[in-house]
Write a protein of this length. Sequence first.
Length: 116
Amino acid sequence: QERLQESGGGPVQAGGSLRLSCSAPRTISSDICARGWYRQAPNTESELVALIMKDRTTKYADSVKGRFTISRDHSKKVSLQMNSLKPEDTAVYYCLLRSTSGTEFWGQGIQVTVSS
């Protein structure tokens, strides 16, 4: 199974910004119907952060609405602009692509650490 490649994470102070990016290998030729970001903090379950559909409709977790923005381009890239970061945003963030056949492609995860 091909892996997506995330970038842009790291440490940041509360109130700061980060932009996560995710790219897919050319070997993924599936028709993609949704792209998104999940996150998992220590000792918690994974949660959906943001999702963008093929028609560009979006869905956000209530905790990030107004602070995070998901976007996509004409290729299979997807980005997550994260502003006004809070310590509770600290987590490993995972990129997802979902094909019209239901196949899901995931990244290996990237750490975001927000210090107060």
